[in-house]
Design a protein around this ligand. Structure first.
Ligand SMILES: C[S@@+](CC[C@H](N)C(=O)[O-])C[C@H]1O[C@@H](n2cnc3c(N)ncnc32)[C@H](O)[C@@H]1O
Length: 330
């Protein structure tokens, strides 16, 4: 397999295009480049001169897309940047993307790609053995093995409970701590077997290690914290639209696809809050906060994939898409 092949199937591509409405000359940011599927669609729809800034924290993903979409990189329509989307404003400034012009749309398709999941060496999967790594960014210092072997039993239980909503968080943490006294836990299969030991795996139910693995991945990559950090930056970047009148392109839009309730809740609450003119507690008779709506919510309920898409791409089943646009003062 050459580098340019991706195993990742983009989730809800039609819905992403429907909400971002890419058009010629538009400027778009894909904060989670992955296999480059959404980016390729944005480039196609914004031809002949629309541009995309593609960001990923994973150097392998960037190299793969760099090969796959080399012609767009060469023509200057695709700019690739290695970095974390939690540094969005800095990355936009440093790349000079759009040269201060309005950005029409920003996409985040959260979590990890099939290219990462299906490569045992990356350590995300409990179904195949590999090093206990789970870093989306291979240059980051902390691995899942560091957490599993390094933090206290209480901290481990908290991670499983908070990020995995794992009801067996305490017994799992206890078992891990007992096992690591005999030697470090370094492999995914070793950890998955420890977690699953003694728990019946019912047909049709998720694997007993699913929640604990999700929790470790979220903790290693500080996923929730980074999502909270990027959301206001997305609005700041899109508000450049207002300053430069958007060049007649309409209000800038954001689309975010989440894959579990913890992420989706953060996105939902952020959009709801930023779409309100007043965020005072309801008991106050008059507004004292002075908050002004910065967003208009485009999806009161999250958009979810249809049955056909789920049949074609089972990994899409938990996806929830939310979209909003910059509120233009009337
Ligand atoms: C679900 S995949 C995106 C797939 C992509 N939309 C496509 O169509 O191929 C998520 C990607 O986002 C990257 N990622 C996750 N969190 C990130 C973050 N905080 N900053 C930058 N990239 C991140 C992952 O490395 C992964 O490549």
């Amino acid at each position: 397999m050459t580098m340019e092949h991706t195993q990742h199937v983009s989730v809800m591509p039609d819905e992403v295009l429907e909400y971002l409405q890419p058009r010629p000359g538009g400027l778009y940011i894909d904060g989670t480049l992955g296999g480059g599927g959404h980016t390729a669609a944005l480039l196609e729809r914004s031809a002949p001169d629309g541009k995309v800034l593609g960001i990923d924290t994973d150097t392998q993903a960037l190299a793969r897309v760099g090969e796959r979409l080399a012609e767009f990189v060469a023509s200057g329509r695709l700019v690739l940047a290695h970095g974390n989307f939690s540094d969005l404003e800095r990355i936009v400034a440093e790349t000079g993307f759009g040269a201060g012009r309005a950005i029409q749309g920003i996409l985040l398709d959260l979590g990890f790609s099939s290219d990462q999941m299906d490569n045992p060496e990356r350590g995300f999967a409990f179904s195949s053995d590999g090093p206990l790594d789970m870093r989306l960014d291979q240059t980051a210092p902390l691995t899942a093995a560091d957490l599993v072997n390094g933090v206290s039993e209480q901290e481990l239980a908290d991670i499983f409970w908070r990020y995995g909503e794992e009801t067996r968080s305490r017994p799992i943490a206890r078992r891990i701590v007992r096992a690591r006294e005999k030697g470090a836990i370094t492999r995914t299969a070793q950890l998955a077997n420890l977690i699953a030991a003694g728990v019946p795996h019912k047909p049709g139910a998720i694997h007993p290690a699913t929640r604990a693995f999700q929790a470790l991945r979220i903790a290693v990559n500080r996923e929730l914290e980074r999502l909270e950090t990027v959301l206001p930056q997305i609005v700041n970047v899109l508000e450049r639209e207002k300053m430069s009148d958007g060049g007649g392109m309409g209000a800038g839009r954001m689309v975010i696809i989440a894959f579990h309730s913890l992420e989706d809740r953060i996105v939902k609450e952020f959009i709801r809050r930023e779409a309100k003119d007043c965020i005072c507690p309801p008991r106050l008779p008059v507004c004292v906060c002075g908050h002004k709506a910065r967003l208009r919510n485009l999806t009161n309920k999250p958009v979810t994939p249809g049955e056909q898409e789920i049949a074609r791409n089972p990994r899409a089943r938990s996806a929830k898409l939310r979209a909003a646009e910059i509120a233009i003062d009337s």
